[in-house]
Design a protein around this ligand. Sequence first.
Ligand code: BTN
Length: 288
Amino acid sequence: MIYKANGSSGLSVGEIKRALPGPPGRIGREIIFFESVVSTNTLAMDLASKGCDEGTVVIADHQTGGKGRLGRVWVSPPHKNLYMSIVLRPVISPGDAAVLTLMSAVACAAAIKKISSIPVAIKWPNDLMASGRKLGGILTEIKAGMDGISYAVAGIGINVNLDMTELPDVIGGTATSMYHETGMFRSRTEVAVEILRELDVRYEAFLTSGKGWIIDECARLSSTIGRIVRIDEGAAGAFTGLAEGLDGDGMLLVRTQDNTLRRISAGDVSYPRDYVPQDEGRALCREL
Ligand code: BTN
């Protein structure tokens, strides 16, 4: 399969469908493409509520209201990037939904590395990082019922051929793209195909073997573990500590300056540049 790639490389649903392995793989059995939508996640959640098949993929060339984690905006210009949402119907509890984010992140990291050799790291829980900048992100949304998850949507945004000068200054300094990292335009079709393949393999393994190995893979690719992190929990406040690892549910374990191990399930993680430890924190930092 030859994928065309140029600065505004088109997306071909036909090529994506032909390149996917098909049954028993379930991701991408149905692929729906739109030139422009508000948000592929919103649309996929709506389709899921109406009973669409598991594995349905919604892709758009452009989003007018792309959503990021924690209520942020996902800047989604046309012709450049990948905006894609996948409907999943795993039989799991809402507490296990976080693993779907980690699973999508490791699938994206593996796919991008395969295509471009860019070493992608995962900033827990959902950021895809290259050269310390954000290359992409995952937004998982769920609908939970009395018995667990009714459905989930894994939303994936990847900066593929974006020229960083096209982004607002405030984002441009912290973002990157596959083009920016390598100087080469990539086919968005190829990026979509590889991500869907990597996701399909992992999703099947998750359903049959559980979440442990996904969490291990995420820990191996993590740029968060071993670093001093600042956790901002919104109204609950913020604190700084050493990210020690992930627990068996994929939650981030952070050792605070008073030696308490805190288990983080949500919140904004950042890497403070100007971190000055308190007295009791010095020993902690020397260990790094
Ligand atoms: C983040 O890093 O905050 C998550 C970004 C997720 C963006 C993707 S783009 C496709 C899908 N549709 C959306 O509105 N958001 C996700």
